[in-house]
Design a binder for this molecule. Structure first.
Ligand SMILES: Cc1cc2nc3c(=O)[nH]c(=O)nc-3n(C[C@H](O)[C@H](O)[C@H](O)COP(=O)(O)OP(=O)(O)OC[C@H]3O[C@@H](n4cnc5c(N)ncnc54)[C@H](O)[C@@H]3O)c2cc1C
Ligand SMILES: *[C@@H]1O[C@H](CO)[C@@H](O)[C@H](O)[C@H]1NC(C)=O
Ligand SMILES: *[C@@H]1O[C@H](CO)[C@@H](O)[C@H](O)[C@H]1NC(C)=O
Length: 610
């Protein structure tokens, strides 16, 4: 019996690999397109000429190869890949500037990022670095964070414990062992599990890329679980795994702290997702030099060079279909009118819920295949962001290029559940989890751009329902009770910052405001103010979901890209773009990127040797 299963599995795998290694279409990673560094542009007006090109029907290029809804890294990254093989692509963004979670905004002279604090895996020559370099022709530069890059702070003011987290495959465990003597075995086992689980992720690429019926077969027969540690560990919760490793409550919290980067509570988080994130930062963490707006700023010209365009203030209100139920374009709302744009391929970066529940005609929405996918996903947690503009340099304020994860105690599951499920007034008085970082301290161009000033960003979660009643108010003029509630969250969070950063004092605060889940809905188009798109809890990691939620949708010529197709985070959403590009171009772009990374490593290595 087992022999039959084994033979069957190998045969299936061989068949799948044929698709996974497919190399029929053109390769966007054919040649190294990096160019010598051009001087950076800081002038906002100049940058806006690229980032804020308003939609007009007359600006839509003719004979489009594809139209993409949404300009997050999932949309822009894919448009860049397609442009590199000569495709003419139009990207449509509802907000007034391109970038999605990578956009920036300026208030009272302070520039703030929305959703980029630190990104891992950007070591020279790594495939991920190669992808980003190629998509920006080598113009986007990365600034490493300090090491320690994260600080976990646990406990009330009178009993705060501080645990610096270091990157480095050997340094990470070594430093942890210094902080937790006697826990060496637990730390080694934790890291062993993380590495083993992450190694299995290639299988997810495979399962999303081989034909749907084969994926289903692999899933139904249970073969996947034997083939990949990823799926073996995926059904185990983070809490379950960590509690099995140690009795030390602070160490348990330190093992778990990074759940904040994907937003599922430890008891509901899949150990597989957690492993991917821990692994993501093991080789270090980086910040885009010049701020997050540099990302879109350097991708857009590549799209334009191929004849495409990135237009903003272009809310898509529906996807157009022909009589055969094939996607054939989109409709954009312009004033009182609809502008129809035709294209042979439509790709959505707007997330699975927006795409299926808002942009499809009712009868297509009702299709069982669509409903099945929707039933497998749920909305992720809402986000709360607080933006602080400070009078003072990073030296004066004691700010560094690192991040703080501040928890009111070590029982994370209980605290976060109580907070999120609690009454809004109560919850606004005690925020159990707060991410604090200074984008200005991470950016070496900041001093020149905003001398004598600094910024700090705070991030936490929030329940969409707390704010829903105000969702239809005008964004710049919401009711006073909304402002009051927001102020309560701001006051609580600021107090934590003042406690933990003694050099920051109230009189230094020149600007402070908060974005709630309904703010996210407005500016980044998330239906429930989600911070990381669809939920990343245990259900997200079943092989069943993996096999069926993929770039190809049940509707011909309609594709999905971005964080809901793969994983959240800059890297996760970009992996979604690569997976989608693979489906469209009929070749494995992940492998193409690996091949080019190897080639450039060789070339760079030789150059360095000279
Ligand atoms: C506060 C915060 C902090 C974060 N910190 C980090 C971090 O430090 N590191 C990291 O790697 N990741 C971080 N992330 C996550 C990361 O930014 C996202 O996972 C990723 O950028 C998502 O990319 P995306 O392309 O899938 O979606 P998005 O960037 O959300 O893009 C989707 C776009 O679609 C547009 N859109 C939606 N509907 C329509 C429509 N009908 N018509 C036209 N356009 C539409 C939206 O306006 C939006 O621009 C953070 C996120 C947040 C919110
Ligand atoms: C499927 O599981 C993989 C891990 O194998 C995970 O990284 C991926 O995000 C999952 N797919 C979706 C759509 O969530
Ligand atoms: C900023 O601080 C300096 C001295 O530290 C002070 O002279 C200046 O007035 C302050 N600016 C604002 C806008 O508060």
């Amino acid at each position: 019996m087992w022999l039959t299963v084994a033979i069957f599995a190998v045969a299936l795998l061989a068949f799948c690999l044929k698709y996974v290694f497919a190399t029929s279409g053109s390769n966007p990673f054919e040649a190294d397109t990096r160019e010598p560094l051009k001087p950076m542009v800081h002038d906002r007006k100049e940058k806006n000429k690229v980032l804020k090109q308003g939609f007009l029907a007359s600006k839509v290029p003719e004979n489009l190869d594809a139209v993409i809804i949404g300009s997050g890294i999932g949309g822009l990254g894919l448009a860049g890949l397609l442009a590199k093989v000569g495709k003419k692509v139009l990207v449509l963004e509802q907000h007034d500037r391109a970038g999605g979670c990578c956009h920036t905004f300026t208030e009272k002279g302070f520039e703030f990022d929305v959703g980029i604090h630190y990104i891992g895996e950007l070591l020279d020559h790594k495939p991920f670095r190669c992808i980003v370099d190629q998509l920006t022709n080598g113009q986007l530069q990365w600034e490493p964070l300090e090491n320690p890059f994260d600080h976990v702070v646990i406990g009330p003011p009178e009993n705060r414990r501080r645990y610096p987290i270091y990157s480095g495959r050997t340094r990470f465990p070594e430093e942890l062992k210094k902080l937790f003597p006697g826990e060496e075995a637990a730390i080694d086992e934790y890291l062993r599990l993380v590495k083993k689980t992450t190694r299995g992720i290639w299988f997810m690429v495979l399962i999303k890329q081989c034909p749907a019926f084969l994926s289903e077969l692999l899933v139904r027969t249970g073969v996947v679980k034997y083939l990949s540690a990823f799926f073996e560990m995926a059904p185990r919760s983070l809490t379950e795994v960590v509690n099995g490793l140690t009795e030390n409550k602070d160490l348990r919290a330190v093992f778990c702290y990074i759940f904040g980067t994907y937003g599922a509570m430890p008891k509901e988080a899949s150990f597989a997702m957690h492993s991917v994130l821990v692994n993501h930062y093991l080789n270090g963490a980086w910040y885009p030099k010049g701020g997050a707006s540099e990302i879109a700023y350097h991708i857009i010209p590549i799209i334009e060079k191929a004849g495409g365009a990135v237009l903003v203030r272009a809310p898509v209100n529906r996807i157009l279909f022909n009589d055969e139920r094939e996607a054939c374009g989109v409709s954009v709302v312009k004033g009182q009118e609809e502008v129809h744009i035709r294209a042979p391929i439509v790709i959505s970066n707007a997330g699975i819920f927006n795409t299926y529940q808002k942009l499809l005609p009712k009868e297509l929405q009702a299709m069982p295949a669509i409903q099945r996918q929707l039933s497998m996903m749920k909305h992720g947690l809402g986000g709360l962001s607080i933006f602080v503009g400070l009078n003072g340099t990073k030296e004066e304020l004691g700010l560094k290029a690192d991040n703080y994860w501040i928890f009111s105690e070590n029982n994370l599951d209980e605290l976060v559940t109580e907070y999120i499920e609690g009454d809004r007034e109560e919850s606004s008085k005690k925020i159990p989890l707060l991410f604090v970082a200074s984008p200005s301290a991470k950016d070496p161009t900041w001093e020149e751009r905003s001398p004598g000033k600094s910024t700090v960003s705070l991030v936490s979660f929030a329940n969409y329902d707390w704010f829903e009643e105000w969702k239809d108010d005008k964004v710049t003029n919401r009711a006073s009770d909304y402002k009051q509630l927001k102020q309560a969250f701001i006051d609580t969070a600021l107090q934590v910052v003042l406690d933990v950063f003694p050099k920051i004092t109230r009189d230094k605060v020149e600007y402070i405001d908060a974005g709630t889940p309904i703010t996210n809905t407005h500016y980044i188009g998330t239906p429930k103010g989600e911070i990381y798109g669809a939920d990343h809890g245990l259900e997200r990691f079943t092989p069943e979901l993996n096999a069926s939620v993929r770039p190809q949708t049940p509707l011909k010529n309609l594709y999905l890209t971005g964080q809901d197709v793969f994983l959240c985070g800059f890297a996760g959403a970009l992996a979604g773009a690569l997976t989608c590009g693979s489906a469209i171009l009929h070749r494995n772009l992940h492998l193409d990127a690996v091949a080019l990374a190897k080639k450039t490593k060789f070339v760079n290595g030789k150059l360095k040797g000279v």
